[in-house]
Design a binder for this molecule. Structure first.
Ligand code: CP
Length: 300
């Protein structure tokens, strides 16, 4: 029984195995590896893609699924995480969790004999970054020598991409955010030289392979500056910005949901370079790969 709580827990080989398996599922591979198993899906926050894709992934693998909303478990009446996990581990093989808290909650749950999957915590969204790497691998194959450019807020999506890039040898990753809204320094500390962050739109790299943005407003987290939108507006990925940094084969990624007209224009999101919809599909294929990896220990 293994868990996916933080990308910091994974190795390059793990990321290679998980994303390779997701690409195979995306190409039509089938598996009934979770037949006779049961998966809990416990979401304390809104979700369209992650909750549905984990439910569908588990059922595709042959498992039965129970879903819990924010008020459904006795955690809301004071039962401890440890007691909850101890009980649920007698019924379930895996628990997929989205919470406002940090990964300490998930680590507490994982002390019981149950695989725990982080479906978004306050600072980490590991399965999103794995889906993103799977989308890039499907498009480009080997990612060594490729260049991913992220433009927007240094949020949990960006932080997860920093960690995923570190685990993807040879992938250059440039993060460009408004000043004051970058990926935290501790996330960037001790990273390879190909992973960098700056705030200068006049110094964007050229001929990158993929351009990525995400929502500027993180769910449940408001910005202190009432004029934050003015600061962010020049960082919108519009057609002109995308073409400025692209070559013929450059693709556009967005983890969705998007605020059309804010961080991205309709023309980019719906344009010929966009792989955002395929990326959303890979939320399900990576969920299949993660559940199979956690519950069965499959490594290839
Ligand atoms: N990208 C993502 O995590 O989407 P949801 O919030 O809809 O799950």
């Amino acid at each position: 029984m293994r868990s996916v709580i933080s990308l910091d827990d994974l190795t390059t080989a793990d990321v290679d195995a998980l994303t390779g398996r997701a690409v195979a599922f995306g190409a039509g591979e089938r598996s009934s590896a979770l037949a006779g198993r049961a998966v809990g899906v416990y979401f304390r926050k809104s979700s369209t893609r992650t909750r549905t894709s984990f439910w569908r992934a588990a059922t595709r693998l042959g498992a039965q699924v129970i879903t819990y909303g924010p008020d459904d478990l006795q955690l809301t009446t004071g039962e401890t995480l440890a007691d909850t996990a101890r009980v649920l581990s007698g019924y379930l093989d895996a628990l997929v969790v989205r919470t406002n808290g940090d990964i300490a909650e998930l680590r507490e749950l994982a002390k019981a004999d149950i695989a725990v999957v982080n479906a978004l915590t306050r600072f980490e969204h590991p399965t999103q970054a794995l889906a993103d790497i799977a989308t890039l691998r499907e498009e480009f194959g080997d990612l060594s020598g490729r260049h991913l450019l992220y433009i927007g807020e240094g949020n949990s999506t960006a932080a997860a991409l920093v960690r995923a890039a570190e685990l993807t040898p040879g992938l250059t990753f440039t993060v460009v955010t408004p000043p004051g809204y970058g990926v935290p320094d501790d996330v960037l500390a001790d990273k390879p030289s190909g992973i960098t962050q700056h705030h200068d739109l006049d110094a964007l790299p050229e001929a990158v392979d993929a351009v990525y943005t995400s929502r500027w407003q993180t769910m449940g987290v408001s910005k202190a500056d009432p004029d934050w939108l003015t600061v962010f507006t020049p960082y919108q990925v519009d057609e002109a910005l995308l073409e400025r940094v692209s070559h013929d084969g450059t693709i556009f990624l967005h983890d969705l949901p998007a605020v059309r007209g804010q961080e991205v224009t309709d023309g980019v999101l719906d344009g010929k370079r966009s792989r955002a919809w395929r990326q959303a599909h890979h939320k399900m294929t990576i969920a299949m790969a993660v559940l199979e990896w956690c519950v069965t220990g499959r490594d290839d």
